[in-house]
Ligand binder design. Structure first.
Ligand code: SF4
Length: 418
């Protein structure tokens, strides 16, 4: 049985910010307009029944619930207390872990105290120093949100803030970015590659340089950050680096952007819709939509959904180049949404392929350099060079892609719809 243990609850389908890159509202998909603004308590009750059924049939005894939006702080504290009571009492054999991802603009001490009392882990989205954060993360009146968010981060340092989530912006000078983290007292941060695909490249990629062999703006930025971070004895946790280093050291890790693990995350929409991860919405209108809903379906009915099937197995259902790539086990072909192109669906390496090669080979070689020579020879490990990996893509493939997999990945092409 396929196991899904993480559920993103879209408790609010509206937001008090209007971020320019938001996959919910400002990229390929406008279907949020048909959703109720908030998830009702009845929907939470229906979800609880489905979870109880699914967990007992699948012998699942741990579930991670992520309250998400839109902006989840548009709802009340009473709402969250009731949700948690319904979920925990309705699934007696299941251990729950709750977290919430907010834009932080209304996150005050009352909220922190409340979250601490219910053991809800809180993450804030921040996009770097003021000038950069305010370029993207705007209120609906056009005003930047940095001031409010920075205050929430500082307040959270002593009051249970779990960490910061940031979309990588290679236009931010790395030193300035790191200084900002230190000044805000950030203890833990995760970095995300921006949404985007072959027909909608993210801002940080210059389309004229995109195909150049040595062009790796995201990896260059991350490597510069890594060098500063590594020297700093009081460094914050940067989860992206730590996950990659652990994987390179042979510890099994992974997430939807890296590695070879299954993608065991589902989204529950505000109307109870059971869907694949919503960041795929950046691909095209309606890609995540289906007719499954907790009011009518079991959780695992989503396993019949074509896009969920590809997403769940995304690190196995990869393009032929990935199957033959020396860093495939670490990269996993990247996040599914970043592989999309109108003409062939998901039958591509990620748009960050060269960045992945640059970053992974750098970290791998850096790790090797830190080991004693004796250990390196015992491991029979050799340095892996960026150019060698890139050149290997031109060689005839040793591993051929299964034709059915190729058709499955191509079936999402949008040429007919265009
Ligand atoms: S680096 Fe490129 S080719 Fe290699 S697995 Fe990742 S996306 Fe595929």
């Amino acid at each position: 049985m396929k196991k899904v243990t993480s559920y993103v609850l879209k408790v609010a389908s509206r937001c008090n910010l209007n971020c320019s890159y938001c996959y919910m509202y400002n990229l390929g998909d406008k279907t949020y307009l048909k959703q109720p603004k908030f998830m009702s308590v009845d929907t939470v009750k229906a979800l609880t029944l489905r979870l109880q059924s699914y967990c007992s049939r699948g012998a699942i005894n741990f579930v991670h619930i992520i309250f998400h939006g839109g902006e989840p702080l548009l709802l009340s504290k009473e709402y969250y207390a009731e949700c948690i009571q319904i979920l925990t009492s309705g699934c007696p054999g299941v251990e729950f872990n709750f977290s919430l991802q907010t834009n932080g603009v209304t996150l005050d001490l009352d909220w922190y105290n409340f979250f601490n009392s219910l053991k809800i882990k809180v993450g804030i989205s921040l996009d770097g120093p003021k000038a950069y954060h305010d370029e993207f993360r705007l209120f609906h009146n056009g005003k930047g949100s940095y001031h409010e968010v920075a205050n929430a981060v500082k307040l959270g340092n002593q009051n249970g803030l779990t960490g910061i989530l940031m979309v990588i912006n290679p236009k931010i000078p790395v030193q300035e970015f790191y200084q900002e983290l230190k000044e805000l007292g950030v203890k833990k941060i995760n970095l995300l590659f921006p949404d985007g695909h072959f027909d909608r490249l993210p801002d940080g990629i210059d389309p004229d340089k995109f195909k150049n062999n040595g062009y790796t703006p995201y990896a260059d930025w991350l490597i510069a950050l890594f060098k500063i971070w590594k020297q700093d004895k009081g460094r914050p946790v940067i989860r992206l680096f730590e996950t990659l280093i652990e994987m390179l050291a042979g510890i099994p890790r992974g997430n939807q952007g890296f590695g070879r693990t299954k993608n065991g995350v589902m989204v529950i929409e505000s109307d109870g819709g059971i869907e694949v991860t919503d960041s795929l919405r950046a691909c095209y209108e309606g890609i995540t939509r289906n007719n499954y809903n907790v009011h009518a379906n079991e959780i695992d009915d989503l396993f019949k959904d074509q896009i969920f099937e590809v997403y769940y197995n995304a690190h196995d259902l990869v393009a032929e180049q990935c199957l033959n790539c020396p860093v495939y086990d670490i990269c996993g072909g990247g996040f599914l949404g970043n592989r999309f192109a109108n003409h062939n669906g998901f039958d591509n390496p990620t748009i960050y392929c060269k960045d992945m090669v640059r970053l992974i080979t750098f970290l791998r070689n850096d790790l090797l350099e830190s080991l004693p020579e004796e250990t390196i020879s015992q491991l029979m490990a050799e340095k892996l060079l960026y150019d060698d990996v890139i050149n290997s893509f031109k060689l005839p493939p040793q591993n051929l892609i299964n034709l059915e997999v190729k058709q499955q990945l191509n079936s999402f092409n949008q040429l007919i719809a265009l």
